[in-house]
Ligand binder design. Structure first.
Ligand code: XUL
Length: 535
């Protein structure tokens, strides 16, 4: 078809680079990917290098550059119609940083299409190894930056998160303190997302506000760098960061290199790239009032928030599809692995026996509440161990097998609910839960989730939600100025949510009381852990 139009979405994740092309209806036309380890010469393991100290984790910046030519080369070989690409966006692993050497933008702007990106850009970075989100070597810098703004809660209120070691501001400060000459020779600092966009643009692209929220440097209400934090790193840091822009922003046309080497149209637009989590929110087509619960080895909640209440145990980012709203990311370490451990112990390692026990036990578990932190939890921070309470809130030694089974599921979803509410998420008539990930095909578990949130639960199959979300954001950004549709309006008809559970009529009665007790008992569990571990 001559008038076909495509939108490309990239996902520069930790382990691989993926790309998907969609048409105007968001149908996937083609997909391609490369695992970084397969490139070989960078000697990475799962896309990164873990320093012997176990704390410093990096990826070679040039590897990401190389991967871009490799995936585009593969699309070329498959005969993909690059001419038909109207716009491109992308997702990047969050928090990682790229350090461009003085003069690098000139090189970016004048690339020769008969040579590779890797050959031409390999001397363009002051730091050859980019710190990534798995790095936890910046404890000292976290303390310093929190002190600069008045402590942990003040940092959270300002930037949406307390100081986290992987967050980019702390990483940049480490470079400034440990390698001042490298910082001095750096003309621009990008996130992985804005770096990848810059390659395609042939000029530095601005950091978008959603991914910028993962830096401990941005005031998430003003959506701009916080003067005090930026200056606490270095007086000239803001000059090297550029200006944060809304995620739905066209950054400019594609660079000549890609027009000449791959036959992209010179009118193809580069839209801001963003973080993989914000991009996934767009890919899942999450809207106001909704929460996505990804049930994996850890459970991750994506909340749509209008009035966020920043808490030191979660992250609040500017919402990628609506700059007046926010999103929160809550990661619970005890997810599927914990459910499986309890199944092994009390349900003969058998999911169907687990389901029978769960269904046979009354909702509300006759008032029994258990806490199952088989590994150190993130929310609440650091708590570990198992703690059981009876219907009068007295600690007890043990439960019956079936009580354990219902208790582990109820307490996990009570925890997801109360922590979501603590961040400003409102349960109510518009509330919907979208379940994704491994356990989202276990109906008995989804029913408990529906009852506890007192909301309908849906599933949908979206593979590669980050890359897909990026392609959809690209499409949105180049059309919104003419048709004025909101993102929700644009994607609404393509939402293939499948209703899988509805709350029982008395759910609110049963679980509102239990949620209040859970809040109180969680504090006791934390206290018990503190005493046991001698903290
Ligand atoms: C989010 C985070 C990870 C990375 C993974 O805060 O650190 O989810 O974005 O790519």
């Amino acid at each position: 078809m001559d008038n076909e139009q495509f939108y490309l979405g990239f996902d520069f994740s930790t382990q691989s680079l993926k790309v998907v092309a969609v048409n105007d209806h968001f149908d996937v036309i083609i997909e391609e990917s490369i695992k970084f380890d397969d490139i070989g010469k960078y000697k990475t393991s799962d896309g990164c290098h873990i320093n012997p100290d176990g704390l410093t984790v990096t990826s070679p910046t040039i590897m990401w550059v190389d991967a871009l030519d490799i995936v585009l080369g593969r699309l070329l070989q498959k005969g993909f119609n690059f001419q038909a690409v109207k716009a491109i966006s992308g997702a990047g692993q969050q928090h990682g940083s790229v350090y461009w050497k003085k003069g690098a933008e000139k090189v970016l702007a004048s690339l020769n299409p008969s040579s590779t990106l890797e050959t031409q850009l390999k001397h363009c970075f002051t730091l050859e190894e980019s710190p990534i989100w798995m790095d936890s070597s910046t404890k000292k810098q976290c303390k310093y930056l929190e002190a600069a703004v008045g402590g942990s809660q003040a940092m959270t209120d300002l930037t949406g998160s307390r100081a986290y070691e992987r967050f980019t501001g702390n990483q940049i400060l480490k470079v400034i303190q440990n390698y001042p000459e490298i910082y001095q020779q750096t003309e621009r600092i990008s996130l992985v997302s804005s770096f990848a966009a810059s390659l395609l643009r042939g000029a530095y692209c601005q950091i978008d506000e959603s991914d910028g929220s993962g830096m401990n440097l941005m005031n998430i209400k003003l959506r701009d760098w916080d003067e005090t934090l930026a200056k606490a790193c270095s007086p000239d840091l803001q000059d090297k960061l550029g200006i944060p822009v809304p995620t739905v922003t066209v950054q400019g046309s594609i660079s000549k290199y890609f027009v000449e080497r791959y036959s992209f149209s010179d009118t193809c637009q580069i839209v801001s790239f963003t973080g993989d989590n914000p991009s996934s929110l767009a890919g899942m087509k999450l809207a106001k009032g909704e929460v996505a619960v990804s049930l994996g080895s850890s459970d991750v909640l994506f909340l749509w928030l209008e009035n966020p209440l920043a808490k030191t145990e979660g992250h609040i980012f500017v919402n990628p599809v609506d700059t007046k709203a926010y999103m929160a990311l809550l990661c619970f370490k005890n997810g599927s692995l914990t459910r499986a451990a309890i199944r092994d112990k009390y349900a003969h390692s058998d999911w169907s026996h687990f389901e029978t026990l769960l269904l046979n036990q009354p909702r509300g578990n006759n008032g029994k509440i258990g806490f199952y932190y088989t590994i150190a939890e993130i929310i609440p921070d650091g708590v570990e161990g198992c703690y059981y309470f009876d219907e009068t809130d007295q600690q007890v030694e043990d439960f019956a097998d079936a009580e354990h089974i219902r208790a582990v599921i109820e307490s996990q979803f009570l925890s997801r609910r109360v922590h979501a509410e603590d961040m400003g998420f409102e349960l109510g008539k518009d509330c919907r839960v979208l379940a994704t990930g491994g356990a989202s095909n276990n109906h008995a578990i989804l029913q408990v989730m529906s009852d506890i949130f007192n909301a309908p639960v849906y599933t949908q199959s979206v593979a590669n939600s980050a890359a897909l979300g990026a392609a959809m954001l690209a499409m949105h950004a180049v059309n919104v100025t003419t048709d004025n549709l909101s993102y929700k309006e644009r994607v609404h008809d393509t939402r293939n949510f499948e209703l899988v559970a509805q709350p029982q009529p008395d759910s609110k009665q049963v679980y509102d009381v239990m949620a209040a007790r859970y809040r109180k008992l969680e504090k006791q569990a934390i206290e018990l852990h503190r005493k046991q571990s001698g903290q």
